[in-house]
Design a protein around this ligand. Structure first.
Ligand code: PMP
Length: 359
């Protein structure tokens, strides 16, 4: 089977499964308990925090372990809403943020949200963003590092700089960046979020990195009073192992990108009216979002599945609701084109032969 749905989730690494099994079987004590077993688990959690923080060039105390990027994104928006006295400030978002940003923003800020458009290649229009910031200083700017469906890289480094110059909080949803591109520079954001299951780690665990402590889940005082609840040590340990493995593999993806490009070239020869979404923009090396000339995307997904190729019809979060994601409208696709989108997303384990067998 060739698995091409890695932007949705990745296969857990074998060493992650072993680490989680050991963590569950041997280190199951409550890390808040004062006895030796509890203190041992506490020390292991702090080791994970220190090791991950070091690779991201941030202080360990800036890391909060969460249940994943959805929670981390919720935490930041809720904190900003609260710290701005009931959400009186406005916030600035790109129109294609993940639902964990868009819907949470809607909940807390409703009419105080201003959105920045993207161009037809799926890139946020930075000039418009700066113009909107100059019109009225926002309480927060949120921009994802990479879009989950298109793989298009957003100008988050420039936005981080603009926000820093104006003293505005910049939150970056780095869920699709972490595990695929070099994390250097993310420490220039006021806060950023990611999930372990995007890089061979377990589901239901992730990180919020923040310059300020973002208090979110009340009760219990865990995570330095920011997130109450008994820590998910097996998840945290699984994430540590996956992340340290990932960091040891380096960030050279030119070859992998050339396999994706060659696949798209073959597709272009095969289908006359094929659209490659974001094809002209800077994209992740692993993603290809195709608007195929015929057949509904679910038909493509099930046909390819039967042939042993696992692809997706778009992002898993919009599929769960059977609705097109916000992306389709934002880049100007009509309803019929939205139904013909097929997303292919590779991992570091994907081979040239896998790409060739797909098409
Ligand atoms: N942000 C982005 C850009 C994502 O792709 C995802 C996962 N699809 C999330 C946030 C949410 O991640 P999780 O479901 O692990 O909380």
């Amino acid at each position: 089977m060739a698995y091409f749905d890695n932007n949705s989730t990745t296969k857990p690494l074998a060493e992650v499964l072993v680490a989680m099994q050991n963590a569950s079987a041997k280190n199951w004590a409550n890390p808040s308990s004062p006895h030796r077993s509890g203190c041992h688990v506490r020390a292991l959690i702090e080791r994970a925090r220190e090791e991950i923080a070091q690779t991201l060039n941030v202080e360990p105390k800036q890391l909060t372990f969460t249940s994943g990027a959805t929670e981390s994104n919720n935490a930041v928006l809720s904190y900003i809403a609260k710290s701005q006295d009931g959400g009186c400030g406005n916030i600035l978002l790109s129109s294609i943020e993940h639902p964990s940003i868009l819907e949470t923003a809607q909940f807390h800020f409703s009419e105080k949200i201003r959105t920045v458009r993207i161009n037809s290649d799926g890139v946020v229009q930075i000039e418009e963003l700066i113009e909107l910031m100059d019109q009225e200083v926002p309480g927060l700017v949120a921009l994802m590092a990479v879009h989950n469906e298109t793989g298009v890289v957003q100008p988050w480094q420039e936005v981080a700089q603009v926000c820093r110059d104006r003293g505005v909080w910049f939150h970056c949803d780095a869920t699709q960046w972490i595990g695929k591109l070099d994390p250097a520079g993310l420490n220039s954001c006021s806060s950023f979020s990611f999930s372990a299951h995007k890089f061979g780690g377990p589901k239901g665990v992730g990180v919020l990195v923040s310059n300020e402590p973002v208090s979110w889940v009340k009760g219990g005082g865990q995570e330095s009073e920011t997130r109450g609840g008994t820590e998910n040590f097996p998840g945290i340990e699984g994430m540590r192992v996956a992340w340290m493995h990932h960091c040891s593999t380096g960030y050279s993806f030119d070859l992998a990108e050339s396999w994706r490009d060659a696949f798209e070239e073959r597709m272009n020869h095969q289908f006359t009216h094929l659209k490659i979404i974001g094809g002209k923009a800077k994209r992740l090396w692993n993603t290809s979002l195709l608007c195929l000339p015929e057949f509904n995307n679910l038909e493509w997904v099930s046909r390819l599945d039967r042939l042993g190729h696992v692809v997706s019809n778009g992002s898993a979060c919009s599929t769960a609701r059977d609705q097109p994601s916000t992306l389709s409208g934002a880049i100007g696709l009509n309803a019929s084109e939205s139904r013909r989108l097929v997303r292919i997303s590779a991992s570091q384990a994907t081979t040239e032969e896998d790409w060739q067998s797909l098409g």
